[in-house]
Design a protein around this ligand. Structure first.
Ligand code: NAD
Length: 282
């Protein structure tokens, strides 16, 4: 296996977990052949295959006992969590109690409590609701621009359209963050004015989403700024098909965390901006 830590992905039964486990194998790293999961699946599925690697599922009741064994085989493993918002806080507590360095990609849960608990534990972790490095870099650039040039778009009008698979009911968190930055640049745009494009026909014809990604998962965003007299237009666009960008960013994040641990870094809790700032990209 390549230089880098063995990586345990919880849960390989989920969409993001599976995509991340595949990225681990692609990177030539060791995928720990165990995955913590919800009880019903551990019973129903038993194990899943990831790019030909059989992965044994471990339910909540067995996980403490199983961990002792897994750990003796993979002492320096890094854990990735892509589960459900309802599991975020409990899983983080489990990792901290067991001194397992982890990357929390799962969104939701009690975020303030998550950060406070991890900080208090002194455990190594990266918590990042978006591991798409390039998208996070763009988002951060917009915020830097807002700080540097407040009011630079005064008087301009804005339109924002975001397209995601039909099953996503809420407005994109990334779109909300970019709008917040643009508002600091002189706009008065409400989150409720962000247009959620969810009809497949419109996604293809208007947003340019490839048919194959209409339901399989996509994130297409367009922000258009127009001057009062219409003579100036700026358009920012970021379009993502599938989950690979997040899965690849997660692997980079694991490598980053492993390096921090090896160096005995004093700082223990990181976000995606720390990963980007370290230039931690393959
Ligand atoms: P999913 O429903 O496909 O998968 C979730 C999996 O977690 C399921 O297999 C479920 O059985 C399992 N699970 C539930 N409870 C568990 C527990 N206590 N312990 C272990 N496993 C448990 O969902 P998904 O599409 O893979 O998304 C997962 C999370 O990742 C969501 O919160 C989503 O918003 C987030 N996400 C983050 C990023 C990022 O870049 N950080 C990108 C995409 C999605």
């Amino acid at each position: 296996a390549a230089a880098g830590p063995p990586i345990m992905v919880n849960s390989c039964t989920g969409k993001m977990g599976h995509a991340t486990a595949e990225a681990v194998v692609r990177a030539g790293l060791t995928l720990v052949p165990y995955s913590l999961t919800g009880q019903s699946e551990a019973v129903a599925v038993g194990n899943v295959g990831v790019s030909g690697v059989p992965v044994e599922l471990v339910g909540p009741e067995q996980r403490q006992a199983a961990l002792e064994k897994i750990r003796s085989q993979y002492p320096d493993m890094v854990v990735v969590d892509y589960t459900l918002p309802s599991a975020v806080n409990e899983n983080a507590a489990f990792y901290c109690d067991n001194r397992l360095p982890f990357v929390m990609g799962t969104t939701g849960g009690d975020r303030d409590k998550l950060i406070a608990d991890v900080a208090a534990s002194g455990n190594y972790a990266v918590v990042a609701p978006n591991m798409g490095k390039q998208i996070v870099a763009f988002q951060t650039m917009m915020e830097m621009m807002a700080e540097r040039f407040p009011g630079c778009f005064s008087g301009y009008s804005l339109s924002v359209a975001e397209s995601h698979q039909r099953t996503k009911v809420d407005t994109s968190g990334t779109a909300k963050a970019v709008v917040a930055s643009l508002n600091k640049m002189g706009l008065q745009f409400g989150e409720d004015q962000i247009e959620k494009v969810r009809s497949p026909e419109e996604q293809v014809s208007r947003m340019g989403v490839p048919e194959a990604y209409v339901d399989a998962g996509h994130a297409f965003h367009t922000y258009t700024l127009t001057s009062p007299d219409g003579s100036v237009t700026l358009e920012f666009k970021h379009n993502v098909c599938g989950r690979e960008v997040y899965a690849e960013g997660t692997v980079d994040t694991c490598l980053f965390l492993h390096r921090q641990i090896q160096a005995g870094a004093e700082k223990k809790l990181y976000n995606m901006i720390d990963v980007l700032s370290a230039g931690a990209m393959r």
